[in-house]
Design a protein around this ligand. Sequence first.
Ligand code: DGJ
Length: 742
Amino acid sequence: MTIKVNAKTKEFHLFNEEISYIFRVLEKSSQLEHLYYGKRIKHRDSFKHLIEREIRPSCNMFEGDHTSSLEHIKQEYPSFGTTDYRYPAHMISDKNGSTVSNYQFLSYEIIPGKPELPNLPAVYVEDDSEADTLEITLRDEVLQSRLILSYTIYAKRNVVCRNALFINEGEHSFHLENAMSASVDFPDAQFEMLHLNGAWAREAHVEVQKLSRGIQSIYSVRGASSHAHNPFLALKRPDATEHTGEVFGFSLVYSGNFLGQVEVDTYDVTRVLMGINPLQFKWKLNPGESFQTPECVMVYSDQGLNGMSQTYHHLYRSRLARGYWRDKVRPILINNWEATYFNFNEEKILTIAKTAKSLGIELFVLDDGWFGERHDDTSSLGDWFENKEKLPNGIKGLSEKIDDMGMKFGLWFEPEMVCKDTQLFKEHPDWILAAPDRRASHGRNQFILDFSREEVVDHIFTLMDHIISTSKISYIKWDMNRYMTETYSRSLEPDRQGETAHRYILGVYRLYERLIEKYPEILFESCAGGGARFDPGMLYYAPQAWASDNTDAAERLKIQYGTSMVYPLSSIGSHISAVPNHQVGRMTPIETRANVAYFGTFGYELDITKLSDEEKEKIKEQITFFKEKRNLIRSGEFYRLLNPFESNEVSWMVVSEDKTEAIVGYYKVLATPNDKYYRIKLTGLDADKLYAIQGIETTHYGDELMNVGIVLAEDFTDRASEYWQREKPGDFSSKLFVLQEV
Ligand code: DGJ
C-alpha cells in the first residue's frame, strides 16, 4: 500500500520507501492544504501537528477568523482572488466575468496502477503493482464544475506524477485562463533553481541560481518547448552536489508552450508551478466538456543531481518511451545533412551509403532536400514527393538499393510546415496559422500548418503514408524548424483562439500516434532545429531526439551534460561530424569526437567518402567498439563526474546494472602546460569487485577507484623523459577507460 487515507481527518499520505507526500482537506473551506513533500517519514494517523498558522495582518476567508487566509496556507492547487495573492495554479473566468473559483473536496478514489491520459503523452505502468493513483475530486458549486487532481506514486521509484482534469457539469460555458499541471508549496526558500537554458546550437546549458523573493521562471511561448528553456526545473539545496543532498525535480511531459515558475513569498514559502503557459492560453469549456492538463513528473532525490537524473532516466527510458525500439539497441546511422546539405543525387547518396556500409554503419538517413524543388531552404515543404532530378528512382528505388546493400534506410520529414511555392499551399492557403488581415511572419522561409485542424493532420498523414508504404523505410527523422507566431486558427471561433497552440500540439501527437500505430517498427527521431523539442512529450512517440545542430565535440560536452539532467543516453542523438566543425570551425581529434558521441545514440554526419584510409580505419574501430558496448551505454547507470560548466575537465561514466562493466569518458577541453596532477574519482562501482581497465596494466578494486580514483599521470619509464620531447595532447583531448570485472 503506498497511499494511506485518514477518512475522518481527511488526510492523505502517499509514500514508498524513499518519499512521502502529505496533504489534507481544510475543515472549514474544504480546500486542500499541503503538509509535506520530501524524504519518507513514518506514517502517523494524523499529521495535523505539521499545520503551521500565524496570526498575520491579512485578508481572511471567514469572518471572525484570523487564520483563514489562503495567503498563509500551503496549498495543493491554489486559486486566485480569495485571499491568496501568489500566482495561482488555476484561474477560470465565469460567464459573468468573475474570476473567483472555489473547488472544494468532494471525494477521493485510489486506483491501482496509473490511468492513461487521453490524447496526451504520459508515463505509464506495465503492471498495476508498480504504482497507485489517488484521485481527489473537488467541486465548485457556483461554476458547477468538477476538478479531479490526480497523484500517482510509484512503489519503487522516487516519483510522484500529477495532473488536473476540469469538467463542466453545469449549464453554461466558462473559460479556463490558467490550468497548471502541478503546484507545490515548500515551507522554506533554502534552494537554488537549476534549469536548462540555451539557444539554437547551444541547447541545455545548465544554469543554477539562488532563489530570491519574488518570481523566477522559465517558459516558452514559441509553440514548442524550445531551445531557450527545457520544460524542466529542479530545486536543489545549496549544499547539494552531483552526488549528495536534496533535489526536487519537476519535468513536464509536454511539447508546447509551458511555464515553470518558482515564487518565493515574503515569508520564504516557495511555490513551484509547472504546466501550460497561461500566456496565449484560454480554453472554453462548454457544458459537458472537460480539459485535461499534461502531466508533471516530480522526482525527489537525497542523492544529489545524479540521483534525480537516474530516476528520470529509468522512468523515461522504460515507462515513457514505448514500443518496438524501447528496449532495443539502436542502429548506428549515417546522416547526409552535413555531408551534402541540399546538394546531392542518387549516385552521391549511394556512394556514401556504400562506404558507410563497408565500415559497419547500419542505417543510412536521407535528410532534407529530397522532395519538390527543395534546393535550399526557401521552398517546397509540404510537397512530399521526390525530386526526380535528384532521385530518378524515387525514394522507393533509393531505399530498395540501400536495402539491397544490407543497410536500413531512413528519411527526413518536416510534416508541420509548408512553403508558399507548393501545391499544398496553393490548394489550401488557409491551412497556415495566421491572424486575419495581418501579415504572417515566416521563419526559415516557411509557415506553420494548422495542426489543430483534423483535416490538416489527415492530409499530411496521407502524404507521408504514401511515401512510407511504397518504400523501405525503417527510420524517420521528424524535424520542426520554426516557432509559432500569429497563433490563430481559421477553423476556431474567436473565443476559442486561446486553444490553438495546445490543439496544435494535440494534432502533432495525433499524427505521431497514427504513424506509430500503422508502422510500429519504424524508429522515430524527433528534432526541432536541433534540440528545440527535446522534451518528455516527444519521447513518448520518438525514443530518441536530435540534441543539437551543433556537432562540435567540445560544445557537445555541455549540451549532452545538460541534456542528461533529465533524459537518458538512449534518447540523446549524437553524431561524429567533420572538422573544421561546421558550426564553430573548431578542429577536434576524431578520437574525442567519438568519445563524446558514444554517450548517446551514436552515428556519423559527414562525407565519409572524403576521409583518408587511416580515418576510415579508425571509424571501423569505433563502430566495432560501439557495437560491443552499446547495450551497456543504452541501459547502464549514467553518472556525471566533472562538470563542463565549472571546469576545463569533463567526465562522465556509465556502469552496467550488475556493476561488472563500466565506461568512463574523460575530456580536457584546453591543454594546460606543466600542469597539476589529475585523478578521476569514479562512482557507482562495486567496492569489492576487482576491475581491469583496458590499456592500464594493473587491476583496481572498486573502492580504490571510487575513493582514490584513476590516476591520470602518464608513465614515463620507457619513454622520453624530457618535457620537450614528449608528445603533447593538444586541445580537446580525451580518454576512454573501459572497466571490466576480473
Ligand atoms: C535542422 C536539423 O536539426 C538538421 O539536423 C537538419 O535536418 C536540418 N534541419 C535540415 O533542414
